[in-house]
Design a protein around this ligand. Structure first.
Ligand code: ADP
Length: 293
């Protein structure tokens, strides 16, 4: 099942244009939607998840008209929002069992098997008796995925799932996502480039409500091959460098300032060639889109 987003626009009541003619085609597998805070990612995710209306445009999931057939969409959708409440005084096992019951699995042993499988899959089996209120951020996120998987969805949306997780929890969460079947469309919305480079075969970058780049990470990195140069400079030299070169990013590196420059040829004798990364692609695309305005 393919997800087709066509010309989606949304302006909020206050006048913020959150989405401007967004079109994307998303195949089964992991898809990364990358963009800075305020880019419009959550607005797009909530629209696909039928939680809010778009002003115009269409979204199709296989044969389903997402915006017109909300009920049909919700049957095949698993949505894990940025923030979700859990019942703090209930255990993971009890709540999953309850959700399975709501889903219509009335046979007790069938339900028990399913709940056990999900708890094992999300690495929470040892914590199954623990109250959800005592769960860490990472455990909560994994519990969220367990509830999402319970519905056997064809489309899974996870919005900023790793924000606030420590590196170990993040890796665990990545491993869990990577095990979700290849037949399911999984959209990972994030401002963390590494989430996408670790997991996604395909991606898009959005900024200020517009898709500014859409390609496979692998292709995107190839495109910058031989064009990324780095130099270590003094902090006060940055403005001069920005004036002289196409600086796509700068950051502190071992207490000094490292600039990354986009150039077809070596920009200067002190620059050294660097292997492009997805982070370079990201900053390059954001810079390009600023220049086009
Ligand atoms: P992201 O998820 O990429 O951080 P959002 O979709 O949350 O971006 O926000 C896009 C823009 O829309 C931002 O400028 C944000 O302030 C604005 N926005 C988001 N939700 C609302 C809302 N309910 N009402 C008004 N403006 C909103």
């Amino acid at each position: 099942m393919e997800l087709q987003i066509q010309n989606i626009s949304k302006t909020y009541a206050g006048g913020t244009r959150a989405l401007n003619n967004v079109s994307l085609t998303i195949q089964p597998g992991m898809f990364g939607l990358l963009g800075p805070n305020g880019a419009g990612k959550s607005t797009l995710m909530r629209t696909i998840a039928t939680l809010q209306e778009a002003d115009s445009g269409t979204i199709r999931l296989g044969g389903i008209d997402v915006l017109g057939q909300k009920h049909e969409t919700r049957k095949v959708l698993g949505y894990l929002p940025q923030e979700f409440g859990v019942y703090p005084h209930v255990s993971a096992e009890e709540l999953l069992d309850h959700f399975a019951m709501l889903k219509g699995i009335t046979n007790r042993s069938q339900r028990r098997d399913l709940v056990r499988r999900l708890l094992q899959q999300t690495n929470l089996y040892d914590h199954r008796k623990k109250k959800l209120g005592g769960f860490s951020g990472g455990m909560r996120q994994r519990f969220g995925i367990a509830t999402v998987l319970l519905g056997d969805p064809k489309l899974i949306i996870v919005d900023e799932p790793t924000a606030g997780l420590d590196p170990e929890e993040r890796t665990r969460f990545h491993n869990l996502l990577s095990e979700i079947g290849e037949q399911v469309v999984v959209i990972l919305s994030t401002h963390i480039v590494d989430d996408v480079s670790d997991l996604c075969r395909d991606m898009a970058i959005i900024n200020k409500g517009e898709v500014i780049f859409a390609d496979q990470p692998f292709h995107a990195i190839l495109m910058l091959q031989g064009k990324i140069w780095k130099d270590i400079i003094k902090k006060h030299e940055l403005a001069d460098y920005q004036a002289a070169y196409h600086v796509i990013s700068s950051r502190l590196f071992a207490g000094e300032t490292q600039v990354t420059v986009y150039s077809e040829t070596q920009p200067g004798p002190t620059f050294h060639a660097a292997e492009p990364t997805l982070e370079d692609v990201y900053f390059w695309a954001i810079n390009q889109s600023k220049e086009e305005v």
